[in-house]
Design a protein around this ligand. Sequence first.
Ligand SMILES: Nc1ncnc2c1ncn2[C@@H]1O[C@H](COP(=O)(O)OP(=O)(O)OP(=O)(O)O)[C@@H](O)[C@H]1O
Ligand SMILES: [Mg+2]
Length: 364
Amino acid sequence: MSLTKEKVLQALSTVEDPDLKKDLVTLGMIQNIEIEGNKLSFKVVLTTPACPLKEVIKNNCIEALEDAFGKDVELGIFMTSNVTTTRDNTPLLPQVKNIIAIASGKGGVGKSTTACNLAVALANTGAKVGLIDADISGPSVPTMFNVEGEQPSVKQVDGKNIIIPIEQYGVKLMSIGFLTPSDSAVVWRGPMASSALKQFIGDVEWGELDYLLIDLPPGTSDIHLTMVQTIPVTGAVIVTTPQKVALADATKGLTMFKQPQINVPILGVIENMAYFTPAELPDNKYYIFGKEGGRKLAEKFNVPFLGEMPIVQSIRESGDTGYPAVFKEGLTKTAFSELAESVARQVAIRNAEKSKTEVVHVNG
Ligand SMILES: Nc1ncnc2c1ncn2[C@@H]1O[C@H](COP(=O)(O)OP(=O)(O)OP(=O)(O)O)[C@@H](O)[C@H]1O
Ligand SMILES: [Mg+2]
Protein backbone atom coordinates (compact mmCIF):
# COMPACT_ATOMS: atom_id res chain seq x y z
CA MET A 1 0.00 0.00 0.00
CA SER A 2 1.39 3.39 -0.87
CA LEU A 3 2.05 5.89 1.87
CA THR A 4 -0.12 8.93 2.30
CA LYS A 5 -0.51 11.22 5.26
CA GLU A 6 -4.13 10.19 5.69
CA LYS A 7 -3.32 6.48 5.70
CA VAL A 8 -0.50 7.02 8.19
CA LEU A 9 -2.83 8.91 10.51
CA GLN A 10 -5.43 6.21 10.09
CA ALA A 11 -2.91 3.51 11.06
CA LEU A 12 -1.66 5.50 14.04
CA SER A 13 -5.19 6.17 15.24
CA THR A 14 -5.23 2.55 16.40
CA VAL A 15 -2.45 3.28 18.91
CA GLU A 16 -3.62 4.37 22.35
CA ASP A 17 -1.78 6.28 25.01
CA PRO A 18 -2.18 3.65 27.75
CA ASP A 19 -2.57 6.31 30.47
CA LEU A 20 -4.81 8.78 28.72
CA LYS A 21 -6.94 6.04 27.11
CA LYS A 22 -7.28 7.89 23.81
CA ASP A 23 -5.48 7.36 20.53
CA LEU A 24 -2.37 9.33 19.65
CA VAL A 25 -3.98 11.09 16.67
CA THR A 26 -6.99 12.31 18.66
CA LEU A 27 -4.59 13.48 21.37
CA GLY A 28 -2.67 15.52 18.78
CA MET A 29 0.54 13.66 19.60
CA ILE A 30 1.47 12.85 15.99
CA GLN A 31 3.16 15.77 14.28
CA ASN A 32 5.43 16.64 11.34
CA ILE A 33 4.58 13.65 9.16
CA GLU A 34 6.94 13.52 6.20
CA ILE A 35 6.80 11.00 3.39
CA GLU A 36 9.41 10.47 0.70
CA GLY A 37 9.03 7.33 -1.39
CA ASN A 38 9.02 4.51 1.18
CA LYS A 39 10.52 6.70 3.89
CA LEU A 40 8.18 7.88 6.62
CA SER A 41 9.12 10.11 9.51
CA PHE A 42 7.08 11.83 12.20
CA LYS A 43 7.22 13.13 15.77
CA VAL A 44 5.39 11.65 18.72
CA VAL A 45 4.87 14.45 21.22
CA LEU A 46 4.50 12.89 24.68
CA THR A 47 2.99 14.67 27.69
CA THR A 48 6.24 14.57 29.67
CA PRO A 49 9.91 13.86 28.96
CA ALA A 50 9.75 11.54 32.01
CA CYS A 51 7.20 9.32 30.25
CA PRO A 52 7.79 5.73 31.41
CA LEU A 53 5.76 4.44 28.44
CA LYS A 54 7.98 5.99 25.78
CA GLU A 55 9.27 2.66 24.45
CA VAL A 56 5.87 0.96 24.64
CA ILE A 57 4.24 3.76 22.64
CA LYS A 58 7.04 3.78 20.07
CA ASN A 59 6.84 0.01 19.59
CA ASN A 60 3.06 0.16 19.26
CA CYS A 61 3.46 2.78 16.52
CA ILE A 62 5.93 0.56 14.67
CA GLU A 63 3.57 -2.40 14.95
CA ALA A 64 0.56 -0.44 13.70
CA LEU A 65 2.52 0.91 10.72
CA GLU A 66 3.89 -2.52 9.85
CA ASP A 67 0.39 -3.94 10.00
CA ALA A 68 -0.82 -1.25 7.60
CA PHE A 69 2.12 -0.91 5.21
CA GLY A 70 4.31 -4.01 5.67
CA LYS A 71 7.93 -4.05 6.70
CA ASP A 72 9.44 -2.23 3.73
CA VAL A 73 8.74 1.22 5.06
CA GLU A 74 11.79 2.99 6.41
CA LEU A 75 10.66 4.53 9.70
CA GLY A 76 12.03 7.56 11.50
CA ILE A 77 10.07 8.06 14.71
CA PHE A 78 11.19 10.95 16.91
CA MET A 79 9.96 10.83 20.48
CA THR A 80 9.71 14.30 21.96
CA SER A 81 7.53 15.92 24.61
CA ASN A 82 5.54 18.98 25.46
CA VAL A 83 4.46 18.94 29.10
CA THR A 84 0.72 19.55 29.41
CA THR A 85 -0.93 22.14 31.61
CA THR A 86 -4.39 23.14 32.74
CA ARG A 87 -3.23 26.58 33.76
CA ASP A 88 -4.27 29.45 31.57
CA ASN A 89 -2.93 32.94 31.50
CA THR A 90 -2.97 33.83 35.16
CA PRO A 91 -1.03 36.95 36.12
CA LEU A 92 1.13 34.96 38.55
CA LEU A 93 3.64 32.53 37.03
CA PRO A 94 2.07 32.53 33.56
CA GLN A 95 4.94 30.46 32.15
CA VAL A 96 4.78 27.73 34.79
CA LYS A 97 2.84 24.73 33.52
CA ASN A 98 2.39 22.68 36.68
CA ILE A 99 2.68 23.44 40.39
CA ILE A 100 3.17 20.40 42.59
CA ALA A 101 2.95 20.57 46.38
CA ILE A 102 4.94 18.04 48.40
CA ALA A 103 3.17 17.58 51.73
CA SER A 104 2.91 15.17 54.61
CA GLY A 105 1.29 15.74 57.93
CA LYS A 106 3.96 14.48 60.22
CA GLY A 107 7.38 16.10 60.31
CA GLY A 108 10.58 14.33 59.35
CA VAL A 109 9.01 11.76 57.03
CA GLY A 110 11.17 12.81 54.09
CA LYS A 111 9.25 15.54 52.24
CA SER A 112 12.33 17.64 51.57
CA THR A 113 14.45 14.64 50.61
CA THR A 114 11.71 13.52 48.23
CA ALA A 115 11.12 17.01 46.82
CA CYS A 116 14.84 17.60 46.14
CA ASN A 117 15.41 14.23 44.50
CA LEU A 118 12.20 14.44 42.46
CA ALA A 119 13.22 17.90 41.24
CA VAL A 120 16.64 16.68 40.12
CA ALA A 121 15.24 13.47 38.62
CA LEU A 122 12.68 15.45 36.58
CA ALA A 123 15.36 17.90 35.44
CA ASN A 124 17.52 14.92 34.39
CA THR A 125 14.80 13.86 31.95
CA GLY A 126 15.04 17.25 30.26
CA ALA A 127 12.12 18.97 32.00
CA LYS A 128 12.40 22.57 33.20
CA VAL A 129 12.09 22.43 36.96
CA GLY A 130 11.92 24.83 39.90
CA LEU A 131 11.70 24.18 43.63
CA ILE A 132 10.30 26.47 46.31
CA ASP A 133 11.33 25.69 49.87
CA ALA A 134 8.13 26.72 51.67
CA ASP A 135 9.48 25.64 55.04
CA ILE A 136 10.23 29.15 56.21
CA SER A 137 11.26 28.31 59.77
CA GLY A 138 13.22 25.17 58.86
CA PRO A 139 14.54 25.43 55.31
CA SER A 140 16.31 22.32 53.98
CA VAL A 141 16.86 23.12 50.32
CA PRO A 142 20.13 25.12 50.63
CA THR A 143 21.81 22.20 52.46
CA MET A 144 20.33 19.46 50.30
CA PHE A 145 21.56 21.26 47.15
CA ASN A 146 24.91 22.31 48.62
CA VAL A 147 24.21 26.00 48.08
CA GLU A 148 24.26 27.18 51.68
CA GLY A 149 25.34 30.79 52.00
CA GLU A 150 24.56 31.65 48.39
CA GLN A 151 22.70 34.85 47.83
CA PRO A 152 20.44 35.38 44.88
CA SER A 153 20.84 38.53 42.85
CA VAL A 154 18.03 41.01 42.56
CA LYS A 155 17.05 43.09 39.57
CA GLN A 156 14.59 45.91 39.10
CA VAL A 157 11.66 45.37 36.77
CA ASP A 158 9.17 48.25 36.49
CA GLY A 159 10.39 49.62 39.80
CA LYS A 160 9.87 46.25 41.53
CA ASN A 161 12.61 44.04 43.01
CA ILE A 162 12.71 40.67 41.25
CA ILE A 163 14.82 37.86 42.72
CA ILE A 164 16.82 35.60 40.37
CA PRO A 165 16.59 32.06 41.72
CA ILE A 166 19.75 30.10 42.55
CA GLU A 167 20.32 27.32 40.03
CA GLN A 168 21.91 24.02 40.99
CA TYR A 169 21.88 20.57 39.33
CA GLY A 170 19.60 21.97 36.62
CA VAL A 171 16.92 23.10 39.10
CA LYS A 172 15.94 26.70 39.92
CA LEU A 173 15.72 27.14 43.68
CA MET A 174 14.27 29.59 46.15
CA SER A 175 14.49 29.30 49.93
CA ILE A 176 14.39 31.64 52.90
CA GLY A 177 17.82 30.17 53.63
CA PHE A 178 19.22 32.31 50.79
CA LEU A 179 17.92 35.48 52.39
CA THR A 180 18.86 35.00 56.06
CA PRO A 181 22.08 33.75 57.71
CA SER A 182 21.75 29.98 58.27
CA ASP A 183 22.52 30.12 62.00
CA SER A 184 20.25 33.04 62.81
CA ALA A 185 17.35 32.28 65.11
CA VAL A 186 14.68 34.15 63.23
CA VAL A 187 11.27 33.53 64.71
CA TRP A 188 8.84 33.69 61.84
CA ARG A 189 5.34 34.66 62.82
CA GLY A 190 2.60 33.18 60.64
CA PRO A 191 1.96 36.34 58.59
CA MET A 192 5.70 36.88 57.98
CA ALA A 193 6.14 33.33 56.76
CA SER A 194 3.11 33.70 54.53
CA SER A 195 4.40 36.88 52.99
CA ALA A 196 7.77 35.21 52.37
CA LEU A 197 6.03 32.43 50.45
CA LYS A 198 3.98 34.95 48.47
CA GLN A 199 7.24 36.69 47.59
CA PHE A 200 8.77 33.39 46.43
CA ILE A 201 5.81 32.91 44.11
CA GLY A 202 5.29 36.45 42.90
CA ASP A 203 8.68 38.17 43.02
CA VAL A 204 11.03 35.49 41.67
CA GLU A 205 12.01 35.24 38.03
CA TRP A 206 10.99 31.61 37.49
CA GLY A 207 10.65 31.91 33.73
CA GLU A 208 9.34 28.94 31.78
CA LEU A 209 8.92 25.83 33.91
CA ASP A 210 7.29 22.45 33.28
CA TYR A 211 7.14 21.65 36.99
CA LEU A 212 7.42 23.93 40.00
CA LEU A 213 7.67 21.83 43.16
CA ILE A 214 6.76 23.30 46.55
CA ASP A 215 8.36 21.61 49.57
CA LEU A 216 5.90 22.31 52.38
CA PRO A 217 6.51 22.40 56.13
CA PRO A 218 4.92 19.60 58.19
CA GLY A 219 1.30 19.76 59.28
CA THR A 220 -1.52 21.78 57.85
CA SER A 221 -0.36 25.29 58.57
CA ASP A 222 -0.94 28.87 57.50
CA ILE A 223 1.61 28.23 54.77
CA HIS A 224 -0.59 25.60 53.15
CA LEU A 225 -3.49 28.02 53.17
CA THR A 226 -1.36 30.85 51.79
CA MET A 227 -0.18 28.57 48.99
CA VAL A 228 -3.67 27.55 47.84
CA GLN A 229 -4.89 31.14 48.15
CA THR A 230 -2.00 32.49 46.10
CA ILE A 231 -1.59 30.03 43.27
CA PRO A 232 -3.64 27.25 41.66
CA VAL A 233 -1.85 24.05 42.68
CA THR A 234 -1.95 21.38 39.96
CA GLY A 235 -1.76 18.59 42.49
CA ALA A 236 -0.35 17.42 45.80
CA VAL A 237 2.02 14.55 46.50
CA ILE A 238 1.62 13.12 50.01
CA VAL A 239 4.75 11.65 51.62
CA THR A 240 4.34 9.29 54.54
CA THR A 241 6.23 6.63 56.42
CA PRO A 242 4.42 3.35 57.13
CA GLN A 243 3.78 3.63 60.88
CA LYS A 244 0.37 4.40 62.34
CA VAL A 245 1.21 7.84 63.73
CA ALA A 246 2.58 9.03 60.40
CA LEU A 247 -0.39 7.63 58.50
CA ALA A 248 -2.85 9.39 60.81
CA ASP A 249 -1.10 12.69 60.09
CA ALA A 250 -0.80 11.94 56.36
CA THR A 251 -4.57 11.36 56.33
CA LYS A 252 -5.06 14.86 57.75
CA GLY A 253 -2.74 16.31 55.13
CA LEU A 254 -4.48 14.46 52.34
CA THR A 255 -8.01 15.35 53.45
CA MET A 256 -7.05 19.00 53.76
CA PHE A 257 -6.32 19.14 50.00
CA LYS A 258 -9.48 17.17 49.25
CA GLN A 259 -11.82 19.54 51.11
CA PRO A 260 -14.34 20.90 48.62
CA GLN A 261 -13.37 24.52 49.28
CA ILE A 262 -9.68 23.73 48.63
CA ASN A 263 -10.07 21.00 46.01
CA VAL A 264 -6.45 20.34 45.02
CA PRO A 265 -6.18 16.96 43.23
CA ILE A 266 -4.04 14.35 44.99
CA LEU A 267 -1.40 13.09 42.55
CA GLY A 268 -0.63 10.22 44.88
CA VAL A 269 1.05 8.87 47.99
CA ILE A 270 4.75 8.08 48.37
CA GLU A 271 5.74 5.64 51.09
CA ASN A 272 9.16 6.69 52.34
CA MET A 273 11.38 4.64 54.63
CA ALA A 274 9.24 1.67 53.59
CA TYR A 275 11.83 -0.93 54.59
CA PHE A 276 15.51 -1.35 55.39
CA THR A 277 17.85 -3.49 53.34
CA PRO A 278 21.39 -4.04 54.61
CA ALA A 279 23.95 -3.55 51.84
CA GLU A 280 25.50 -6.96 52.61
CA LEU A 281 22.12 -8.76 52.53
CA PRO A 282 20.35 -7.16 49.58
CA ASP A 283 17.55 -9.75 49.53
CA ASN A 284 16.54 -9.14 53.12
CA LYS A 285 13.95 -6.46 53.70
CA TYR A 286 13.12 -5.35 57.23
CA TYR A 287 9.82 -3.53 57.62
CA ILE A 288 10.91 -1.53 60.64
CA PHE A 289 7.96 0.87 60.60
CA GLY A 290 5.30 -1.64 59.51
CA LYS A 291 4.36 -2.83 56.06
CA GLU A 292 2.55 -1.10 53.20
CA GLY A 293 0.94 1.65 55.28
CA GLY A 294 1.30 4.19 52.46
CA ARG A 295 -0.08 1.80 49.88
CA LYS A 296 -3.14 1.11 52.06
CA LEU A 297 -3.65 4.83 52.64
CA ALA A 298 -3.67 5.40 48.87
CA GLU A 299 -6.17 2.55 48.42
CA LYS A 300 -8.43 3.88 51.17
CA PHE A 301 -8.69 7.30 49.52
CA ASN A 302 -8.69 5.90 46.00
CA VAL A 303 -5.64 7.92 44.93
CA PRO A 304 -2.57 6.64 43.05
CA PHE A 305 0.23 4.93 44.95
CA LEU A 306 3.40 6.46 43.54
CA GLY A 307 5.92 4.05 44.98
CA GLU A 308 8.03 3.16 47.96
CA MET A 309 11.46 4.32 48.99
CA PRO A 310 13.68 2.14 51.20
CA ILE A 311 15.68 3.48 54.13
CA VAL A 312 19.19 3.87 52.78
CA GLN A 313 22.07 5.39 54.68
CA SER A 314 23.35 7.13 51.56
CA ILE A 315 20.03 8.97 51.15
CA ARG A 316 20.56 10.63 54.53
CA GLU A 317 24.24 11.25 53.75
CA SER A 318 23.48 12.78 50.37
CA GLY A 319 20.96 15.09 51.98
CA ASP A 320 23.55 16.24 54.48
CA THR A 321 26.32 16.72 51.93
CA GLY A 322 24.10 18.36 49.33
CA TYR A 323 24.63 15.86 46.55
CA PRO A 324 21.20 14.32 45.89
CA ALA A 325 20.92 10.54 46.15
CA VAL A 326 19.39 10.39 42.67
CA PHE A 327 22.89 10.97 41.29
CA LYS A 328 24.24 7.78 42.89
CA GLU A 329 24.10 4.86 40.48
CA GLY A 330 22.15 1.89 41.79
CA LEU A 331 19.13 1.47 44.04
CA THR A 332 18.55 5.11 44.98
CA LYS A 333 18.95 6.44 41.45
CA THR A 334 16.52 3.87 40.08
CA ALA A 335 13.99 4.37 42.85
CA PHE A 336 13.94 8.19 42.65
CA SER A 337 13.90 8.16 38.85
CA GLU A 338 10.91 5.81 38.88
CA LEU A 339 9.18 8.01 41.45
CA ALA A 340 9.71 11.03 39.21
CA GLU A 341 8.22 9.12 36.28
CA SER A 342 5.20 8.19 38.40
CA VAL A 343 4.66 11.80 39.46
CA ALA A 344 5.02 13.16 35.91
CA ARG A 345 2.65 10.47 34.66
CA GLN A 346 0.01 11.38 37.24
CA VAL A 347 0.35 15.07 36.34
CA ALA A 348 -0.34 14.19 32.69
CA ILE A 349 -3.35 12.05 33.65
CA ARG A 350 -4.66 14.75 35.98
CA ASN A 351 -4.32 17.38 33.23
CA ALA A 352 -6.19 15.17 30.76
CA GLU A 353 -9.00 14.22 33.12
CA LYS A 354 -9.61 17.14 35.46
CA SER A 355 -10.24 20.81 34.97
CA LYS A 356 -7.89 23.49 36.24
CA THR A 357 -7.50 24.10 39.96
CA GLU A 358 -9.00 27.33 41.22
CA VAL A 359 -7.28 29.60 43.69
CA VAL A 360 -9.01 29.41 47.07
CA HIS A 361 -10.91 32.54 48.08
CA VAL A 362 -11.61 33.11 51.73
CA ASN A 363 -14.50 35.35 52.66
CA GLY A 364 -14.03 38.08 55.22
N1 LIG B 1 14.58 7.01 52.50
C1 LIG B 1 15.41 7.52 53.40
N2 LIG B 1 16.49 6.82 53.84
C2 LIG B 1 17.34 7.35 54.75
N3 LIG B 1 17.21 8.57 55.30
C3 LIG B 1 16.16 9.31 54.90
C4 LIG B 1 15.22 8.85 53.94
N4 LIG B 1 14.30 9.83 53.73
C5 LIG B 1 14.66 10.84 54.52
N5 LIG B 1 15.77 10.54 55.24
C6 LIG B 1 16.44 11.38 56.24
O1 LIG B 1 15.50 11.68 57.27
C7 LIG B 1 15.65 13.01 57.72
C8 LIG B 1 14.33 13.77 57.54
O2 LIG B 1 14.07 13.90 56.14
P1 LIG B 1 13.50 15.25 55.51
O3 LIG B 1 14.18 16.43 56.06
O4 LIG B 1 13.48 15.04 54.06
O5 LIG B 1 12.01 15.17 56.10
P2 LIG B 1 10.88 16.28 56.07
O6 LIG B 1 9.59 15.55 56.02
O7 LIG B 1 11.16 17.28 55.04
O8 LIG B 1 11.08 16.95 57.50
P3 LIG B 1 10.39 18.31 58.02
O9 LIG B 1 9.01 17.91 58.40
O10 LIG B 1 11.23 18.70 59.19
O11 LIG B 1 10.41 19.31 56.91
C9 LIG B 1 16.80 13.60 56.93
O12 LIG B 1 17.98 13.48 57.66
C10 LIG B 1 16.86 12.72 55.68
O13 LIG B 1 18.16 12.65 55.13
MG1 LIG C 1 11.35 19.39 55.15
